[in-house]
Design a protein around this ligand. Structure first.
Ligand code: F6R
Length: 249
């Protein structure tokens, strides 16, 4: 696990965008695994700027998002479909047929989970997966539990996750209770993983992920076993790590 520590959120966002740019430059038809939430917003803004400057071409890129709330329409401002259009897809030359986000409105959610997992397989897997991390160390919406879930599945969101995400809604009661998410297994199969975290509120989760026992109660801890993971942190998120264990960039 490579750990890079940047001065602040802006530098984390720039560094992350540069890594995506390098990936697309190396393999123009690459498959990106994407995340939502507050953390990657700066990375998406940097990517849009890079696109406007002619530095990156999304025309052959395919994307797979980690997750979506259940029973929220893609046009709802709180949906992850809406988020991705707003922060990235509406501003770059991606082919709309190359965008994949789990459908939280499918008639059969069981079939949707199978379909999504199969789609990832059909394109040959994810080249680089972007992750944020929850305060409880969730990745995607894989909440702490008693086993690592392999594939895309339906999950009941933790109360702490609903509280954390309530800032995007008018009231906590509006935050959905269920979501569809790629499993820790689906995430783990990605060729590269880049996890972003900023702020002191993420420091404990980062500490537990890096040093703790690998266990489903700390979902991100599984990344200790992955052969190509880079964490891009600001100083606050890295504040519980030992100096020698990371590189300042
Ligand atoms: C989002 C996702 C979540 C978030 C995590 C951190 O697609 O899968 O795991 O990455 O909840 O969210 P923020 O960045 O808002 O702190």
């Amino acid at each position: 696990m490579r750990i890079l520590v940047c001065k602040d959120y802006n530098e984390v966002s720039q560094k992350a965008a540069q890594m995506i740019l390098s990936q697309i430059t190396l393999k123009p038809n690459c498959v990106l695994g994407l995340a939502t939430g507050s953390t990657p917003i700066g990375m998406y803004e940097n990517l849009v700027t890079m696109y406007q400057q002619g530095l990156v071409d999304f025309s052959e890129v395919q994307t797979f998002n980690l997750d979506e709330y259940l029973s929220i329409s893609p046009t709802n401002e709180q949906s992850y479909h809406y988020f991705m259009n707003e922060y990235l897809f509406n501003h770059v030359n991606i082919d709309k047929n190359h965008i994949h986000i789990p459908n939280g409105m499918a008639d059969s959610m069981q079939e949707e989970c199978i379909r999504y997992e199969q789609l990832i397989k059909d394109v040959g897997g994810i080249d680089i997966q972007v992750l944020g991390i929850g305060h409880n160390a969730h990745i995607g919406f894989n909440e702490p539990t008693i086993n690592f879930e392999k594939g895309t599945h339906i999950v009941e969101l933790d109360e702490s996750t609903r509280q954390a995400n309530a800032r995007f809604f008018n009231h906590i009661d509006e935050v959905p209770k269920y979501a569809i998410t790629m499993g820790t297994g689906s995430i783990f199969k990605s060729r590269k993983i880049m996890l972003l975290a900023t702020g002191t509120s993420k420091a404990q989760a980062i500490h537990d992920m890096v040093y703790g026992k690998v266990q489903p109660e700390v979902p991100a801890s599984i990344l200790q076993f992955h052969h190509d993971v880079v964490l891009i942190l600001d100083e606050e998120a890295a504040s519980l790590l030992l100096d020698g264990d990371y590189k300042r960039v």
